[in-house]
Write a protein that binds this ligand. Sequence first.
Ligand SMILES: Nc1ncnc2c1ncn2[C@@H]1O[C@H](COP(=O)(O)OP(=O)(O)OP(=O)(O)O)[C@@H](O)[C@H]1O
Ligand SMILES: [Zn+2]
Length: 474
Amino acid sequence: MTIPLTFYNSLTRAAEPFVPIDPALIRVYTCGPTVYNYQHIGNMRAFLFADTLGRVLRWKGYPTKHVINITDVGHLTSDADTGDDKMEQAAAAEAKSIWEIAAHYTAAFKDDVARLNIDPPAEWTVATDHIPHMIAFAQAIEKDCYLIEGGLYFDTTRVPHYGALARPVSEEGESRIDPVSGKRHAADFAIWRRSPPGEQRQMEWDSPWGKGAPGWHLECSVMSRQHLGHPFDIHTGGIDHREIHHPNEIAQNQSFCGCADSGARIWMHNNFLVDRGSKMSKSTGEFLRLQTLIDAGFHPLAYRMMCLQAHYRSELEFTWENLAAAFTRFKRLVIARDALRARDDYVLKGDTEPYLARLEDAVGDDLNTPRALTVLDDLLADKRLSPATRLRALGNFDAVLGLKLETLGRADLRLRPFTATLTESEIDAHLAARRAARAEKDFARSDAIRDTLAAAGVEVMDGDPLGWDWKLTV
Ligand SMILES: Nc1ncnc2c1ncn2[C@@H]1O[C@H](COP(=O)(O)OP(=O)(O)OP(=O)(O)O)[C@@H](O)[C@H]1O
Ligand SMILES: [Zn+2]
């Protein structure tokens, strides 16, 4: 594979050729979820993007170490260090301990990761496992901090070009940051938040600056440095992080190294999933979970397909129609694959190289997955290649797109097999008749219909949790 990779670097606002720091190991850090609630499908878009990046690097032959953190402390209700800790607030609302909250939502997040076929990273690092390291890091940058009643704050005028990543740091931008009494500059942020006198927090630790908890930005500087070393290759996150969280990480990293290095060579940001025109957000209440989509009858990979159809730097509007269209496209791919399998004569004829080159070119062009999908469509439809040849190339597309085209069964998607003797609408008609029979308590008739379906290769699944009431017995 020879086509170079190009990534859009938010630091320079330009597409740049990817030059590994050490080709023997590419190091990637992704800001992970705050586990005070279920992740919504917008959050999962951020992890799908990071997964595509990791997949592309590995497919290109780069050994890659990917770290994603779990934020279980420090993220306040405002990204700019005011309000309550999101974890404390959720624990109070659900009358549970923070540790229970974190365990529950971390497990739910990892379920979604698996269902979306996101490759688990080399390490999931947990913020609260790193408190001593955070204190040591804070001591190292204390020279650029000042102590006020609220805790230890970072003086953002102490590093060169603070906020260059957010660009421009406008008056308007800074006015979004709520004032904290004693802060020297609006953009200054908490490194260590002291527990208010007389108040006991569920999560608090002793430190040289009093009992309290680390600031949210600190954890990513500390975990990325500890697990990857600075500078590492690529740092990713959602585009909201480009404004506050990542500029603050960069300021800490610069203070720590006493240099101008941001800590990562390339900073990449995915754009938002929006719902009726605005960012889908946990904090604003109503949001969609992956489970909601599954309950509505969609395979989780239909959502992956929906995300792949848009470039990661474009805003993506969620509508049920878009999701249904993505699901249909996904089913068509599975149907096309099965049609090829049915005709497979094990004869290899034709050359897939041009398609693989186009795939490489597409994903190398700042992860252009929409273009990669059209390459896949073209490959499957190319009659100059034998079925076996086309099927053989699928592994490359699976490696990059993660759609499980090689392994997913038709039954998983509720598709009628080519060998089935009933059409999809006939199956539905039988099922409707069976439901009517059951409603009339005519179980003999209901069982007879079930047997008819079974003979045709269709197994009825009463009470299927996915809401699909039949699957194929193949
Ligand atoms: N609507 C969205 N579309 C795409 N990415 C998103 C969206 N909302 C959040 N993200 C990204 O999801 C990742 C995890 O976010 P995190 O759990 O910190 O979110 P949060 O701030 O707690 O929740 P929210 O932003 O939903 O209130 C981050 O990279 C964030 O930028
Ligand atoms: Zn982070």
